[in-house]
Ligand binder design. Structure first.
Ligand code: BJW
Length: 228
């Protein structure tokens, strides 16, 4: 790593799997139990808000029962010790990176423990059931929605992410299937800027061929081994 200064790390559901959080596309994953069109689009929320809120409320409740794992803690150690620029971008809506000790996490697909005002866009921390959420503190609109990025919506902080990818010397993707854009395209962005690219995943992802190197295994083992 002697010639590396700027690092961008992208994480996905696989990094939280060993903590006991369901991934989306693995066998038994969330998209086997729920149809995307029923729970993860703005149209689904407009059609049946109670169903969508119930889906997210169950995942919020489950979050309180799990703990960060060795992979989350290793990234916290790397962040604390890395002397140059490091941006951790997660597609995950859980808070396990923060609870594992990472100071600065960019949640590009939003956060379970946050509510979003559909009227004015204000975001507020809310860890209770969404049906009990108060009116928006900023504009008074009564109905808040999950603060997550659904299909067809713009992920958060794309400018900051693309700027970091343009400066990156190393891009590392951890525990993501590479099935969802724009995150699936970050490896090509980073490579086009001259970064070295590394994938750490249980199996080869859909975009595995774009990486300079791909290591297969559990994040709880691969990530600490890479950080050390
Ligand atoms: C382990 C492990 C262990 C397991 N250790 N590994 C181009 C072509 C076609 C379509 C599109 C396109 N560009 C955009 C689109 C549309 C769409 C899209 O990508 N569709 C695809 C299905 C093709 N994208 C969007 O709509 C996005 N918005 C958008 O593009 O806006 C326009 C725009 C244009 C230009 C620039 C910027 C924006 C929004 C996407 C929102 C995704 N939302 C979700 C739900 C969030 C809320 C929630 O959590 O409910 O985000 S969907 C779901 O998938 C969730 C995840 O963050 C995301 C990615 O999943 P992830 O993390 O990869 O999980 P899995 O389950 O897929 O994979 C887990 C991996 O871990 C597996 O590989 C396992 O092997 C591995 N693993 N155990 C290590 N122990």
């Amino acid at each position: 790593m002697a010639d590396i200064r700027n690092i961008v790390i992208l994480t996905g559901a696989g990094i939280s799997a060993e903590s006991g959080i369901d991934t989306f596309r693995d066998a038994g994953g969330l998209w086997e139990k729920h149809r995307i069109e029923d729970v993860a689009t703005p149209e689904a929320f407009a059609r049946n808000p109670a169903l969508v809120q119930g889906f997210y409320d169950a995942r919020r409740a489950a979050l309180a029962t799990v703990e960060p794992n060795a992979a989350h803690r290793s990234l916290a150690r790397l962040e604390a010790e890395w002397p140059h620029e490091l941006l951790l971008v997660t597609q995950n809506v859980d808070d396990l990176h923060e609870r594992g000790g990472v100071q600065d996490v960019l949640h590009m697909h939003g956060e379970l423990l946050s509510a979003l005002c559909g009227a004015c866009g204000a975001r507020s921390r809310w860890d209770g059931p969404l049906s009990d959420a108060p009116a928006c503190l900023a504009c008074g609109a009564p109905a808040l929605r999950p603060d997550v990025v659904w299909f067809g919506e713009m992920p958060y902080q794309m400018r900051r992410i693309y700027d970091a990818l343009a400066r990156a010397d190393l891009f590392v993707s951890i525990g993501t299937s590479g099935a969802v854009y724009p995150a699936a395209g970050f490896v090509q962005e980073a490579a086009a800027s001259g970064a070295r690219t590394l994938e750490l995943n249980l199996e080869r992802s859909e975009g595995s061929h774009w990486f300079d190197e791909s290591r297969q295994g559990r994040a709880g083992e691969l990530v600490p081994a890479w950080v050390d």
